[in-house]
Design a protein around this ligand. Structure first.
Ligand code: HSE
Length: 434
């Protein structure tokens, strides 16, 4: 049986998970392919300290990725180092040496994936990136091929496992975000610097990639409205529950007549929806097609083995193409050419809103807030207030009738100057139509 030869750059969690699968599952993989996928080279800054699975057999080991990329016994390079600087150099070098690339790198692909794909096409090689979004969910394959005959109208994702773990623990245990974040850091679910996750950057890079696949647009990450989860409190979950809703960090993408509207933000979602059932560090993507209507994808968003499966499956796909010499590659962005339309401003979005206030209590507060809402033509739906021991930091909630994000922003801006507020109002959209 002939073989296709693979070099792996980066032996962190995902790299080691990938090697484990390639070693332990090699018979299954060979049965599916009809030939062997063999790891011929690995590269890591600490390669000497890595224990490679014995079943891989002899493997060239180096600390210099350049040696691996140009090694004559490497046909596919798996770039699993992350970051954007060295990773970009590795991809450039692989393309220059006409070697196909499998990558798990969402930041790099979100920032410059389409340009890298153009170069890959010109070099006659392939570029695969299933592991870059929702490690354990084959969402690229679904959008690229599985439902490519449909016209995606909307996509809603829970794309950051760390945030989902934090939010669902807060909800279950009625504890503050800082407590759960510290636990998550201790358990290794959250980084020491949690900003990429809790402030929304990680989810935003993933949404850039899914929006390209779903809608064929090349989106600049900073053009997506992004709000993290730091302001969510356990009190918000209690009020959301009274409204039969839950709170999740939702990556939303929708076609509206004016274009595509994109956002990464905490939102209220009905407790009865399938997305609200997504607990812990799981990810999920809900796609609404014009013809096929609703499909839902669920699984681990990260982790050595789930993400390793995505890398190995990409390696298998690329290896098949190498063996068959197929010139008909499907773009990793699901479209031959991406458009350059900017997303529509989120201020056009119309929703009901959940407004949470923390106030130093005194008479006339509701009247004042209601007056500001009325001046923006925003109708009140409900006022909710739990019994509270203190008058000095009293939380309560107003929900509104459907209005535009623009009107809500103007109202929140005006309210923020009021002296009885302990902090600016928190405004969350209610995704009641999910
Ligand atoms: N930190 C990410 C998450 C996993 O929590 O989902 C890698 O993208």
């Amino acid at each position: 049986m002939d073989e296709v030869k693979v070099g792996i750059v980066g032996l962190g969690n995902v790299g080691m998970g990938t090697l484990t699968i390639l070693a332990e599952n090699q018979e299954q993989i060979a049965l599916k392919l009809g030939f062997r996928l063999r790891v011929t080279a690995v590269c890591s800054r600490s390669v000497e300290s890595k224990k490679l699975p014995a079943a891989l057999g002899p493997v060239f080991q180096t600390t210099d990725w350049r040696e691996l990329v140009k090694h004559p016994d490497v046909q596919i390079v798996a770039e699993l180092v992350g970051g954007t600087v060295v990773a970009a150099e590795i991809l450039d070098a692989a393309i220059e040496h006409r070697k196909s690339v499998v990558t798990a790198n969402k930041e790099l692909m979100a920032a410059s994936g389409p340009e890298i794909w153009d170069r890959a096409i010109r070099a006659g090689i392939n570029l695969a990136m299933e592991a870059s979004v929702c490690g354990g969910i084959p969402i690229h394959a679904v959008l690229r091929e599985g439902i490519s005959g449909d016209r995606v109208m909307a996509l809603y994702g829970i794309l950051n496992g760390t945030c989902n773990y934090i939010l669902t623990e807060m909800e279950k245990r009625n504890v503050p975000l800082e407590v759960v974040l510290k636990e998550a850091q201790r358990l290794g679910y959250a980084e020491a610097d949690p900003s990429a996750d809790v402030d929304g950057y990680d989810a935003r890079s993933k949404l850039v990639l899914l929006a390209a696949l779903a809608f064929g647009e090349k989106i600049t990450p900073s053009d997506i409205f992004m709000e993290g989860i730091r302001r969510i409190t356990e009190v918000d979950f209690r009020y959301a529950r009274q409204l039969k809703h839950s709170i999740r960090l939702i990556c939303g993408a929708r076609r509206i007549p004016e274009g595509i509207i994109l956002s990464v933000r905490p939102a209220l979602i009905p407790a009865s929806t399938i997305l609200a059932g997504v607990q812990g560090a799981y990810n999920a993507v809900w796609v609404k097609g014009e013809y096929g209507e609703d499909t839902f994808y669920y699984g681990w968003g990260a982790g050595a083995l789930p993400t390793g499966v995505a890398v190995v499956s990409d390696l298998m796909r690329v290896a098949r193409e190498i063996r068959s010499g197929s010139p008909e590659r499907v773009s990793p962005f699901a479209h031959e050419r991406l458009g350059g339309n900017k997303p529509v401003p989120v201020t056009l979005q119309k929703r009901c809103y959940f407004l949470r206030f923390r106030v130093d209590d005194r008479p006339g507060i509701i009247a004042k807030l209601a007056g500001i809402l009325a001046s923006k033509k925003i109708g009140l739906e409900a006022v909710l207030q739990e019994p509270c021991d203190t008058k000095h930091d009293l939380p309560f909630v107003i929900t509104t009738e459907e209005t535009s994000e623009q009107s809500i922003r103007e109202a929140v801006e005006e309210m923020s100057g009021l002296d009885f507020l302990n902090e600016a109002p928190l405004a969350l959209p209610m995704e009641t139509a999910l």
